[in-house]
Ligand binder design. Structure first.
Ligand code: IPE
Ligand code: IPE
Ligand code: MG
Length: 246
């Protein structure tokens, strides 16, 4: 059966608290959390999800201690080297979005190479958000549009087309691990009609099994997009509305 949920976005949160609870330094949580990423990518692919967008580092995360930021950089680099072959053999289309200028040159080179080699890949659209902020993405999109079309009025479609990865489309399901119930500047435009799912599980404990259960649970939700449910019993017929004088 075709997967109803086409685009899943994940806020991978709770690494620091996971480690602190175990009397380990926060960065240990990032190390363990980075191992979970490949399992979830594989699970999304297996379940027929078309796009998976993962929040790895936000514009606000620059305010963290230099050492923690350094560990996150190195983990990204290691992840890319470890997963490169699998990304290629599974025909995954890979991109990193956000401001990557502060990443080491060798990491940027690995990213550029992988992006170029998977540009036309027909499989899962996998996006890593690094140095990413939803507001700055929208501002960049607006600026790009106005640069190309000076003086023109912009439509919603025009703006959407200028986002960092327009082919990923709108988000159907946003999952946040770690128990917080907020969006923390993630994909603000694309989540306008997303289903939201907050799990208390901290990211290093998140599994493909829980991911699958969430997808199945959310697929049963009724999405109305401001309209009415199909065969909605509560919708008055024209005659009923008339008889109610409304
Ligand atoms: C998420 O885990 C990873 C990043 C934000 C980079 P945190 O590091 O935010 O973990 P908690 O929320 O402090 O537990
Ligand atoms: C959001 O988590 C960013 C990522 C998971 C990359 P944060 O831990 O930075 O978010 P806040 O500070 O709880 O909002
Ligand atoms: Mg956090």
């Amino acid at each position: 059966m075709e997967q109803a949920i086409k685009h899943v976005a994940i806020i991978m949160d709770g690494n620091g608290r996971w480690a602190t609870q175990r009397y380990r330094p926060r960065v240990w949580g990032h190390v363990r959390g980075s191992g979970v990423v490949s399992d979830i990518v594989q699970a999304a692919d297996d379940m027929g999800v078309r796009a998976l967008t993962m929040y790895a580092f936000s514009t606000e995360n620059w305010s963290r201690p230099h050492e923690e930021v350094g560990v996150l950089f190195r983990l990204l680099h290691k992840f890319l080297l470890k997963e490169r072959r699998r990304i290629l053999s599974n025909a995954i289309s890979f991109r990193v979005i956000g401001d990557t200028r502060r990443l080491p040159a060798e990491t940027r080179a690995v990213i550029a190479d992988l992006e170029a080699r998977t540009m036309e890949a027909p499989g899962l659209k996998l996006t890593f958000c690094f140095g990413y902020g939803g507001r700055s993405e929208i501002v960049a999109a607006a600026n790009r549009f106005h640069e190309a079309n000076p003086g023109m009025e912009m439509t919603e479609g025009d703006l959407a087309a200028q986002l960092f990865r327009p082919d990923a489309g709108e988000v159907d399901l946003l999952i946040r691990t770690g128990g917080e119930q907020r969006v923390s500047n993630f994909l603000l435009w694309q989540i306008a009609y997303a289903e939201l799912y907050f799990t208390p599980t901290k990211w290093p404990d998140f599994t493909a099994g829980e991911f699958g259960k969430i997808l199945n649970a959310v697929a049963r939700r009724e999405r109305r997009f401001g309209g009415l449910a199909p065969l909605g019993m509560s919708a008055p017929s024209a005659g009923e509305a008339q008889s109610m004088n409304v």
